[in-house]
Design a protein around this ligand. Structure first.
Ligand code: F3S
Length: 277
């Protein structure tokens, strides 16, 4: 059985940078909290905890020391409040997410109706929403667009991990309803490349395995995309989730991993698949 790894699989620049900043802070001996899990990967969060990096669900749970803002970013008011409370803030917001923040701000200042393409309850989208003045319309697909948009000058920003296809679908649906349409394609290129490579590989292999947290939106989306071209797609977190029966009779297996999947985790799954061959 041949195991092939998709190009651009695995952890992205923004998440890796946030992990590095948190680890460096922990090494300096101060108390380190992250506001929410630094990475949507339960195994990686557990490993950080062992190094002294604690997840705080809110500022109240981070009474002192250093607070790391994760790559998803947050509302500016939260950073201000953390500083007012005396915390040392390390802002690990991914630069691509910051671009989406700037785009939302620019649209708001320009008086556009702001539409965010993304998941309404995702922290990244909440941060973009705050930069749009809290008044944006959030849709995850064209079907979710409301009957009334509230104006004909529309601006679109997109969550960095969305697919280009989904953005294009929303743009197409809004265009006939707009007198002016500005689109900021804030999709992170790493995401697009990872998705495209995963889809291309899934088309050619018998079985496709996606590695990453079940709570990771971008990993789940990889599984969805691959599921569109391959019937045998499995989303796993660790080698323990694998089932040898999936690979019976398979000649080729493709593997990819989400932006929040540490390389060791992907390699462990690859080794386990190879051992099942
Ligand atoms: Fe940033 Fe792209 Fe990762 S937006 S956090 S580099 S997926």
């Amino acid at each position: 059985m041949r195991v092939e790894v998709a190009k651009h699989a695995g952890i992205c620049y923004g998440v890796e940078r946030a992990l590095k900043l948190a680890e460096e802070a922990a090494q300096s001996g101060t108390q380190v909290h992250t506001l929410g899990p630094l990475i949507h990967n339960p195994q990686a969060v557990a490993a950080l905890r062992e190094r002294g990096v604690i997840v705080a669900a809110s500022l109240d749970e981070a009474p002192e020391g250093t607070l790391v803002i994760r790559s998803h970013g947050v509302e500016p008011a939260i950073i201000d409040e953390a500083r007012e409370r005396g915390l040392y803030v390390i802002d690990a917001t991914c630069p691509h997410v910051s671009k989406a923040h700037e785009a939302a701000q620019e649209l708001r200042r320009g008086g556009y109706v702001v539409v965010i393409v993304g998941e309404a309850d995702h922290p990244e989208v909440e941060g973009i929403m705050a930069h749009a003045g809290g008044e944006a319309i959030v849709v995850s697909s064209a079907a979710e667009l409301p009957d009334r948009l509230g104006g004909r000058r529309i601006g679109i920003v997109v969550q960095t991990t969305q697919s280009l296809r989904r953005l294009a679908e929303v743009v197409e649906a809004i265009l006939p309803r707009a007198s002016e349409l500005r689109v900021f394609n804030t999709i992170c290129s790493a995401t697009g490349k990872r998705q495209q490579a995963a889809e291309e590989l899934a088309e050619t292999v018998d079985v496709m395995v996606i590695v990453g947290g079940h709570n990771s939106g971008n990993t789940t989306r990889l599984a969805e995309i691959c599921g569109g071209v391959n019937e045998y797609v499995y989303h796993v977190e660790t080698p323990d989730d694998l089932d040898a029966a999936w690979f019976e009779g398979a000649e080729s297996v493709g593997v990819t991993a989400g932006a929040s999947t540490p390389d060791e985790q992907m390699q462990a799954v690859i080794r386990a698949i190879e051992a099942m061959a």
